[in-house]
Design a binder for this molecule. Sequence first.
Ligand code: GLA
Length: 388
Amino acid sequence: MKHLYPILMFVFLSSMLSAQKNPNLAKTPPMGWNSWNRFACNVDENLIRNMADVMVSSGMKDAGYEYVVIDDCWQVSRDKNGVIVPDPKRFPSGIKALADYIHSKGLKLGIYSDAGRFTCQHRPGSYGYEELDAKTYASWNVDYLKYDWCATQGIDPKLVYPKMSAALAQSGRDIVFSICEWGSSRPWSWATNVGHLWRTTEDIVDCYDCKTDWGGMGWTLILDEQVGLEKYAHPGAWNDPDMLEVGNKMLKYNESQAHFSFWCLLAAPLMAGNDLVTMSDSTKSILLNKEAIAVDQDPIGVEGSKKYDDGDFEIWTKPLQNGDIALILFNRNKHEFQFPVDWSWAGINGNWKLRDLWQHKDIGTTADWKSFAIKGHSVLFFRLSKIG
Ligand code: GLA
């Protein structure tokens, strides 16, 4: 028996090593659109095509949005060979035809499954079908998989996520792997070589600071849970605070603007979650803010973090390429206040040029500004460049 140990060890180690993600993807946080926040199960191929069309015509594609992701409910059953079957009423042309259409627009297609026996909407999950499903998605030319965590009683995430990751990496196609395990087993501590992004919390809901009985949260509560996770993010491996609610019903303009600013500062995946076809000009002005997106997509890939918090007033910063710094001043309270700012609270010394990323203009230097009036539930979002 003893002489078998080295062999068993070798087999175990090589299976661990091969259970690694495709290392060449998501060097900056993935950007795109996902159907869930706005449409839930009400998805079909026409909707997905329309979203792809608008992603191009609205300028989103030029701004960097790339993945069109169909979330839950596209699948209905498995055939006699175990192959997953798309809903024939909602996706009569099949997923491959949809992928071809999306690719003809210069975009990429994402799809959704679940590490358990069922998806969260009780559609077939991938448990026990990981390799077959990865091969099927690759044969449909799918580019991105969001992999959920429902119906997983008794299943170890540290085994099943690597299993799907390896299956995707070996599928012969570049497929981004988005782990959606809600942060339950602290995936930031084990998923660096498994996924390109991992959800850090329960689902976002369309509000500023509400909490649902099933654990859904408004974006400010999700923001609070990102504190301390920044050290785990880097190019190819991102914390995912969930998809955007910008342009949905409940957030006011300034709240949406603040939500988007923070997701950019966090180097979060930017997955629009609204109806792109009917979006207003003000929603567009948020989703298409290229200076904000440049903060999110900054090539050094450092996630921003909180530097100051007095309960109502917070300061967050994110280091950028060339020594620039992105900085958010956040008034969490609903009333407007004049906040004194000592730049050293954010670790900023010396004189820096201040560019306002929502007004799109330079507003002087840090030496010029000792306080700011900030409306309730709003941010000021700056890019700082060192002078001299
Ligand atoms: C879970 C996920 C959501 C969404 C739904 C779909 O709740 O966290 O993002 O994918 O399932 O059923």
